[in-house]
Design a protein around this ligand. Structure first.
Ligand code: ANZ
Ligand code: ZN
Length: 823
């Protein structure tokens, strides 16, 4: 036959793999080196799309490479199967979300199998299975015991469309990340994880990830955590205003050295503090302003373009160094949940404060004289830079900002009016959701005992079975409607009590799934610590950059808590991270409205799995986008047919000694294996494909024009092609392996051994003449270019000596044997 039948080959080998299970992690031999390859698990909405096609192909290439290298490879798959889309679909279809969820999981599982991915199916998990979420609840309770899960009332982000709260991370430019609705604020009592306790460690441990995670992801994490060094400064509230308040108001500032220039104070209208401070005769005006504030998005509030607004609270704060009375205002450019929700305004040196001061005619006092800058009170431009301190008695003679800050902090500390501190932008993780299809929070509310943990032996707290309109968003959790489920006995006193009716953010489920994969059947705990020691941390995590902040930060947080609990012996879960590029079309992201979507299923039908996978990994380096308009799946098909034909035509017997074969082809083969090892290690997968193409061409030539199909070097080349190609195009590689007379599976073969002697390149001697006389000889590769040869020849020391001071008129190059310099 001149070609193979793509469909028949897919069917044949899939059945063999199901039988042989060559991809299951072994785990029995502890001395064997292991590798953990992890791909971000899919969410079960619909079938796989082009993005999955890409991430899976890249990921699988590495997992299969590691297997060839002899590692015991853990390569698991599962589903992130709680979440809103299933719930919304269930409401529409009058079903329970499990139907949509598990139907889609089956569809995706079938597609993943067809796609020839080398997953270990024995470790499959779904986060919506009670066996899984039992342990999500168990983990929640351990966090609760440690004070890392707590409830508090605050203004939270509320999506009026999804009727649920959102974490800060899920609000993108003021809009709901899921549905795009404008997010508003609501005061609610919610559960939080105290991730802020780990802020410094989340920063410090990034050192371990340097160079192994994409730099931009590390930067995004760093910015999200947002560490600021500065000081708390305490301002007494002046008793003369008739407001009785003993504790001072604390502000956070990164510039305590500008304290002499603080001329007023601003409080976030939606911070509790504002309502506490406001004088009675100012209350009505304040409350009206508070209402307006709630309409504004966080982005609007932080915008520098937007005109500043605010209202005076009718009280004064006392500047601890000048003793001056400064008016206190409420203004929405100050955020309630950063620092203390209050700032000391230094209009001369902070642009936001200056804009505000100019709007309301508040005093501006420069305390830093920045060279060449105009007085901010006149120019309207604040000067935040370095300069000489003025009008600041305590800072006389001090020259640098660092010293200025340290001096003021020392003075505040001595006076008991403040202290040096470090502030983080990171907020605690709001984890409760008022939706049904999530992990129930295993807490019982008892009128006498308060918040009581459900005992471990009563886990899981399973979801009651609800369908259709019972699930419709009502602003409170749908679980509240399941009254039989809600009423329970208090685990502590036995009295009547109520279950918590919120469910957990699905990011909780995905914060520990990689640990569950180590021992997915564990019934003694979320995972078996010995198995986690065997497999963790993950050696390579592959997934989209859209998870650069949330998922990765939360997983890192969980790992650190588990470390503190003594359950794992490492602090970072993912040693190395790769973000694949996007698959785009005609230079644009695929979208329904543009009508430029490319359907993965259709591509697979038309070209077959191997050709599509090859197309994807060949298209570009893994991190770059792939423009589907520029690639050629039909070209990939042709290449695979060529590769197969080579194996098909080999006519020597298995085991034929290649040492007797054609040396030139052998050199190409061994060079390819040698170089590809480095290319895999550095994840330059597209170049691996290019090198395999070259090897196929060389083998083709050897068959047609050289030593012929019976030469054992041709067999050697064909076997190498088959083994390496198995990482990319597993079906045809298996077929080739079989054509070459071997038993399956090619994926279990050892990485080909490189004969170092064959890597030494042949050289030829090139004669270098100056004015017709031989002045030197250089050893060069036979394939050297004229330009390279000329450079080498002219640099030869003896030749160079003869050229000294002479004017070169002409250089005649006859690569690789002769160079003649005319002077
Ligand atoms: C006085 C000052 C003078 C400030 C100056 C800056 C420059 P980062 O660096 O992001 O941590 N700030 C504090 N809490 C705030 C809040 N809840 N909402 C809005 N702004 C707030 O920013 C810290 C600075 O942001 C603080 O230092 C404070 O203004 C302001 F020349 O204090 B600064
Ligand atoms: Zn009780």
């Amino acid at each position: 036959a001149a070609s193979y039948d793509v469909r028949a080959v897919q069917d044949r080998w899939r059945a063999v793999w199901d039988d042989l299970r060559p991809f299951d992690a072994d785990g029995t031999d502890q001395s064997r080196e292991r590798r953990y390859a992890l791909t971000m698990f899919p969410y079960p909405s619909g079938d796989l799309h082009m993005g999955h096609g890409e991430v899976f192909a890249l990921h699988d290439m590495l997992a299969r490479y590691w297997r060839l290298r002899g590692y015991d490879v853990l390569n698991p798959i599962g589903w992130d199967s709680f979440g809103l889309p299933a719930e919304n679909a269930a409401i529409k279809r009058d079903e329970n979300p499990a139907t949509f969820t598990y139907d889609n999981i089956e569809t995706q599982a079938e597609s993943i199998r067809r796609y020839g991915l080398s997953f270990d199916w024995t470790r499959r998990l779904h986060t919506s299975d009670p066996e899984y979420y039992r342990w999500t609840q168990w983990l929640f309770l351990r966090f609760f015991e440690r004070g890392l899960a707590y409830r508090k009332a605050s203004f939270v982000n509320w999506c009026p469309n999804d009727q649920t709260v959102l974490a800060n991370e899920q609000v993108v430019q003021g809009l709901c990340e899921r549905c795009g609705a404008v997010v508003t604020k609501r005061e609610l009592t919610q559960w939080y994880f105290k991730i802020t306790d780990y802020a410094q460690r989340l920063l410090d441990d990034m050192e371990q990830l340097e160079g192994k995670w994409p730099e931009r992801v590390l930067t995004m994490q760093r910015n999200w955590i947002g560490r600021s060094e500065g000081a708390w400064v305490d301002f007494a509230i002046s008793a003369e205003d008739g407001v009785k308040r003993d504790e001072p108001v604390r502000v956070f500032t990164t510039r305590p050295d500008t304290l002499y220039g603080a001329t007023f104070m601003v409080v976030a209208p939606d911070a509790k503090l504002a309502a506490e401070l406001v004088a009675d005769d100012h209350r009505a005006q304040f409350e009206a302003y508070l209402e307006r504030t709630k309409q504004a998005t966080e982005i609007e509030r932080q915008s520098t373009e937007r005109p500043k607004t605010g209202v005076p609270l009718g009280v004064h704060a006392v500047n601890p160094v000048t003793g001056e009375k400064m008016p206190v205002w409420a203004a929405d450019y100050v955020l309630a949940d950063y620092g203390t929700g209050a700032v000391m305004a230094v209009p001369a040196h902070d642009q936001r404060d200056l804009d505000f001061a100019r709007t309301y005619d508040l005093p501006v006092r420069a305390v830093i004289d920045v060279e060449g800058a105009e007085d901010p009170a006149v120019s309207g431009i604040a000067t935040p830079g370095d300069g000489a301190y003025v009008s600041s008695p305590a800072l006389e003679g001090i020259e640098t900002k660092a010293d200025g800050i340290a001096t003021i902090i020392a003075r505040l500390e001595a006076d008991g009016a403040g202290e040096g501190t470090i502030n983080f932008r990171l907020r605690d993780w709001l984890l409760s959701r008022q939706r049904y299809w999530g992990c129930p929070i295993p807490i019982v509310h008892c009128p006498d005992c308060g918040e009581v943990a459900v005992p471990d032996d009563q886990l899981p707290v399973e979801l009651p079975y609800l369908t259709g309109s019972d699930l419709a968003p009502k602003g409170t959790s749908p679980l509240a409607a399941a009254t039989d489920w809600v009423s329970t006995a208090c685990p502590q006193c036995g009295g009547p009590a109520q279950r918590d009716t919120d469910t957990m953010d699905t990011f909780v489920d995905s914060s520990w799934y990689y640990l569950r994969y180590c021992s997915p059947q564990s019934t003694d705990g979320p995972f078996d610590p010995a198995e986690a020691r065997r497999w963790m941390p993950v050696d390579q995590y592959v997934g989209g950059v859209e998870h650069a902040i949330l998922h990765l930060l939360y997983s890192r947080f969980f790992t650190k808590v588990l470390h503190d609990m003594g359950m794992v012996d490492f602090v970072e879960p993912f040693t190395s991270l790769m973000n694949q590029g996007q698959v785009i079309n005609e230079g644009k992201a695929m979208s329904k409205s543009l009508g430029n979507g490319v359907d993965l299923g259709e591509q697979l039908e038309e070209f077959g799995v191997d050709a599509v996978r090859l197309t994807i990994v060949f298209a570009s380096p893994p991190e770059d986008d792939i423009d589907w308009a520029d690639v050629s799946p039909s070209g990939s098909s042709k290449f695979l047919q060529r590769a197969w034909r080579v194996a098909h035509e080999v006519s020597s017997e298995p085991g034929a000694d290649p040492a007797d074969g054609d040396q030139a082809l052998r050199r190409t083969t061994h060079r390819t294996v040698h170089d590809c090892e480095q290319l895999y290690e550095s994840r330059r997968f597209n170049v691996v494909v290019a090198r395999l193409m070259e090897l196929v061409n060389a083998t083709r030539k050897a068959i047609d024009a050289g030593p012929g199909a019976a030469d054992p070097a041709v067999r050697e080349a064909a076997e190498v092609i088959s083994v390496l190609l198995s990482t990319i195009a597993p079906y045809v590689a298996e077929e080739m392996w079989s054509e070459l007379g071997h038993a399956p599976s090619v994926s279990q073969q050892p990485w080909p051994t490189v004969d170092e002697a064959l890597l030494v390149e042949d050289t030829v001697t090139c004669v270098v003449q100056v004015k017709g006389k031989v002045r030197g000889k250089v050893e060069v590769p036979p394939s050297i270019s004229d330009e390279d040869l000329q450079a080498i020849a002219l640099a030869e020391p003896n030749v160079a000596r003869h050229l000294e001071g002479a004017e070169i008129r002409k250089v005649i190059v006859r690569a690789p044997k002769l160079v003649n310099v005319v002077i």
